[in-house]
Design a protein around this ligand. Structure first.
Ligand code: ZN
Length: 303
């Protein structure tokens, strides 16, 4: 059998260590308390507040919202192998498996560090999502004396998303969960009307719809029909899951309507390559069948 060049390239990353990445903070009581709150650890066996729960191990090494390692860290990208996969179209990702092992409990005041390596990579697999590779990252955590305190193995599937051949009649879009508070919005769409909830107490617009006004707490409301004009506040392009009704990979925008409220809505797939934050858009109702209509936002003429 011919050796697969891509697999050989991927395998060249196995065993290369990056790090250490230093924890931003020492193990500390406030973070332990926040974590216990967030995870809701009422049933947890270990309740001694002076010890960090062992399952918090990766928390201490998190890089924060901006993804910056703490000073003194090795700044090399420990996921360089991902760039190789992305170059070859393996852009889909699924978390499949995470294992942690703990050597001992951590105490407040300790500052740990970690090193990463690619531990293993599978042969190319044909999965139900598309062809892909399973990659195992090993993160090893050490204390200040460089003694091992724990490990985490993350095994993920990187795959080439399969854009199926289009059916002549695309299926209708997936249906939303409709509640008493949101039904007017979806009923409006059936009649090709975009409706935004408006507090009749103070006039504040709110979306997604809700039972009460966050400003004046009034329960009374009516609706406003916006112009459908606005700008792209943010957007993503969704590769998985595939919904053929939306012409995948389909862009979804967070649209800042001119009336002053934001709305999540599909963007026109034909504009996919030209989308940018701040560009002007306008809503066009797309009809899937008599019960399924959606406002799709298209880029407006510039200038
Ligand atoms: Zn109000």
């Amino acid at each position: 059998m011919m050796a697969e060049p891509l697999l050989a390239e991927l395998q060249s990353y196995i065993g290369i260590r990056t790090g250490p990445v230093i924890a931003w903070d020492q193990v500390n009581a406030p973070m332990i308390r926040h974590w216990r709150d967030a995870i809701d650890t009422e049933n947890e066996v270990e309740q001694d507040p002076s010890e960090a729960p062992v399952t918090m191990l990766p928390v201490w090494l998190m890089a924060g919202i901006r993804g910056r390692p703490a000073p003194g860290s090795d700044f090399r990208d420990h996921r360089a192998i991902m760039k190789v996969l992305e170059r070859e179209g393996f852009v889909g990702i699924l978390g499949t498996n995470c294992e942690q092992e703990y050597e001992r409990r951590l105490l407040p005041g300790e500052r740990i560090s970690s090193v990463y390596e690619v531990e293993a990579i599978s042969e190319r697999k044909q999965t139900k999502f598309g062809p892909g590779y399973f990659i195992t990252f090993l993160q090893s955590f050490h204390d200040e004396k460089n003694a091992l305190v724990g490990t985490m193995r993350l095994r993920i599937l990187r795959y080439v998303p399969q854009i199926g051949s289009r059916r002549p009649q695309p299926p209708p879009p997936p249906q939303p969960a409709i509640s008493q508070d949101t039904s007017f919005f979806w009923e409006g769409l059936k009649e090709a009307k975009l409706l935004i909830q408006r507090c009749t107490g103070c006039g504040l617009l709110r979306h997604p719809p809700g039972p009460a006004c966050v400003q004046c707490h009034s329960f009374e409301w009516d609706t406003l029909r916006p112009s459908g004009q606005g700008e792209i506040y943010s957007f993503v392009i969704i590769h998985q899951p595939l919904f053929e009704a939306f012409d995948p990979p389909h862009p979804v925008g967070l649209i800042a309507l001119d009336e002053g409220v934001r709305l999540v809505a599909p963007l026109a797939s034909s504009d996919r390559e030209r989308l940018a934050i701040g560009k002007r858009v306008h809503a066009v109702f797309q009809t899937y069948d008599e019960h399924h209509r959606m406002p799709v936002f298209h880029l407006s003429a510039e200038g």
